[in-house]
Design a protein around this ligand. Structure first.
Ligand SMILES: NC(=O)c1ccc[n+]([C@@H]2O[C@H](COP(=O)([O-])OP(=O)(O)OC[C@H]3O[C@@H](n4cnc5c(N)ncnc54)[C@H](OP(=O)(O)O)[C@@H]3O)[C@@H](O)[C@H]2O)c1
Length: 331
């Protein structure tokens, strides 16, 4: 049998298990020009929450009673396509199915000998590219500047912070547990790390951690954490608005501090970022990320959950901070 996960209901607030439905269907038969894929790893990502709602966005919403999809690493188990052989591993945006067929469009081969397969969903995949391109294209950090990263122990944040260190910056990370804070300093070389859940006064904590102010803010979370950072920005600061996970499950727009006066006074740039807009720069970014990994200047961590039916729970766990580094499901 071939299990598939469908969108059953559009969530209101926090997604629930009943918003998904697992069904069994026949394994597909392939025709000329097609390949049969067996899913190996599935990426769960905060942005999927947006696609579960009906709201208009940069990518179309998931359809009810249709399979969910995300970044997937799969093994080619049968090929009638000249570009792919049985035994190849591929990466692409694919459906949450144990087996599926494809005509190969949008898929690229990954090399299991060069890096663990799961890394192609993280540091050598969408989240690593997001960290690199968001930071370098919008943040443009200069040696000696102070860079603050929220969601710092996650897939994007942990890589963004390390890249800022490689570029010679002082790096401050914000994360949600003492273990994550310790890891940011000991494993990823952050200069300072703040646990936002136990720090009573975030503005004070940021002021202490950034005595020279904030030059670049790589924002993965939005909300109150970001307000505390934004009041400490320096002249000509750059704010990379990458994610806002703290508000993805809100059912109404939260009241927030008006940051305009701080931005005007400091002539700060605040720019939203969507990784898909930078596709032309992926090859160069991949070369750089691979080189830093090979040299040992960049490292990564992952949270790997096992079992196809665990995909929804792994997705929910992102919103509870249960992952460290990239959250991936091994099928
Ligand atoms: N713009 C783009 O193209 C793009 C691409 C990829 C990702 N993103 C965005 O980047 C952000 C990070 O994505 P990711 O894939 O790397 O996920 P991730 O950081 O690996 O996982 C999510 C993390 O968010 C933190 N979190 C959850 N709820 C929070 C809250 N209420 N307040 C503060 N932190 C909270 C948790 O860590 P703690 O334990 O620290 O709370 C959790 O581990 C997301 O907002 C995502 O949407 C954007």
């Amino acid at each position: 049998m071939n299990q598939t996960i469908l969108l059953n209901k559009r969530p209101f607030g926090k997604p629930l298990l009943t918003d998904f439905k697992i069904v069994s269907e026949e394994k597909p038969e392939i025709e000329a020009g097609e390949i049969l894929l067996k899913t190996s790893y599935v990426s769960v990502d905060p942005y999927l929450r947006g696609r579960m709602s009906e709201a208009k966005s940069y990518v179309a919403p998931f359809e009810l009673d249709k399979p969910m999809s995300s970044g997937v690493i799969a093994l080619v188990v049968e090929s009638r396509h000249s570009g792919f052989s049985t035994g190849d591993y591929i990466s692409g945006s694919l459906e949450w199915k144990e087996y599926q067929k494809s005509n190969g469009e949008g898929l690229y081969k990954v090399d299991a000998n060069k890096a663990p397969l799961s890394a192609y969903l993280g540091v050598l995949g969408m989240t690593g590219l997001t960290a690199f391109l968001g930071l370098t294209e919008i943040g443009k950090p200069k040696k000696g500047e102070t860079v603050v990263v929220s969601g710092a122990a996650g897939a994007v944040g942990s890589v963004a912070g390390q890249i800022a260190k490689i570029l010679g910056c002082r790096v401050v990370g914000i994360a949600g547990t003492d273990e994550k804070v310790e890891m940011l300093k000991s494993d990823f070389g952050f200069d300072v790390a703040i646990n936002y859940r136990t720090t009573g006064n975030m503005r004070k904590a940021i002021a202490t951690a950034c005595p020279d102010g904030v030059d670049v803010y790589f924002d993965n979370v939005g909300g109150a954490i970001s307000e505390a950072v934004l009041v400490k920005i320096n002249n000509f600061a750059r704010i990379v608005v990458c994610g806002a996970i703290s508000i993805y499950n809100e059912t109404s727009l939260p009241k927030s501090l008006s940051v305009q006066p701080f931005r005007i006074k400091n002539r700060a740039l605040m720019q939203g970022f969507i990784i898909n807009d930078y596709a032309a720069k992926f090859p160069r970014a991949m070369v750089q990320l691979s080189q830093w990994l090979a040299e040992g200047n960049l490292t990564y961590t992952e949270t790997i959950v096992e079992g196809f039916e665990q995909i929804p729970q792994a997705f929910f766990d992102l919103f509870e901070g249960k992952n460290t580094g990239k959250m991936v499901v091994k099928v």
